[in-house]
Unconditional design. Structure first.
Length: 210
């Protein structure tokens, strides 16, 4: 008895679906030319309490007042909305950064200088963001000694973590993988906030001029 052989249809993958990214008439280059500066992403990594968000906020204000189109993406802010379904396991941290990288890339493509302030403790996560953003991605390590971060503890997180109130907290329950190569390192254990901000302002001006 002959048995007919039926060809199994191929399932359409996500990449082969009917999704077609829109091509804007107003290109990134046109936006950069009109705004007077290049766009891209400055990624601030470092321990909680190192000063990332404080520096980013001051730099944003300084450059905005000088006519730059600049925006901040902050870890805590995105975790209250876009990423509020994610925890702090290694896998969730990687997904947190992947989503943020996509958002940062969109902002950069529309002419913004993006200051992204994230602990981003793992090499893999930072490299993932870099690959998403592409050109004009700069990694800045905001470094502070762990003892200084604990003594500052602006959000009271180290205290909670040391008493078991926060699992997988970087620096206490989870390792921070220090970047091996950076575009800029700012040591906030040795520099005040104003000096740290000026270091970043000078760096951005040197990298984003047309």
């Amino acid at each position: 008895m002959n048995t007919a052989i039926c060809e199994i249809p191929k399932l359409e993958s996500k990449k082969d679906s009917n999704i077609h990214p829109h091509q804007n008439f107003v290109t990134r280059d046109k936006r950069n030319e009109d705004l007077g500066h290049q766009s891209g992403v400055v990624w601030l990594t470092g321990l909680s309490g190192a000063g990332k968000s404080t520096i980013a906020s001051l730099v944003e204000r300084m450059l905005f007042q000088q006519g730059y189109t600049i925006s901040i993406l902050d870890g805590d802010t995105l975790r209250t909305g876009l990423n509020n379904d994610l925890g702090f396991s290694k896998e969730d941290r990687e997904e947190n950064l992947r989503r943020t990288g996509e958002v940062a890339s969109i902002f950069a493509n529309t002419g913004h200088i993006v200051l992204a302030s994230f602990i981003s403790p793992h090499h893999k996560g930072r490299e993932s963001v870099k690959s998403i953003v592409g050109d004009n991605f700069y990694l800045v390590h905001v470094h502070a000694d762990i003892d200084d971060c604990i003594s500052r503890d602006p959000k009271g997180l180290y205290k909670k973590a040391m008493f078991g109130g926060i699992e997988n907290f970087t620096g206490i329950g989870q390792e921070y993988e220090k970047p091996e190569v950076t575009d800029l390192t700012i040591n906030t254990s040795d520099s005040c906030v104003a000096d740290s901000a000026m270091q970043l302002v000078s760096f951005i001006k040197s990298k984003f001029e047309l």
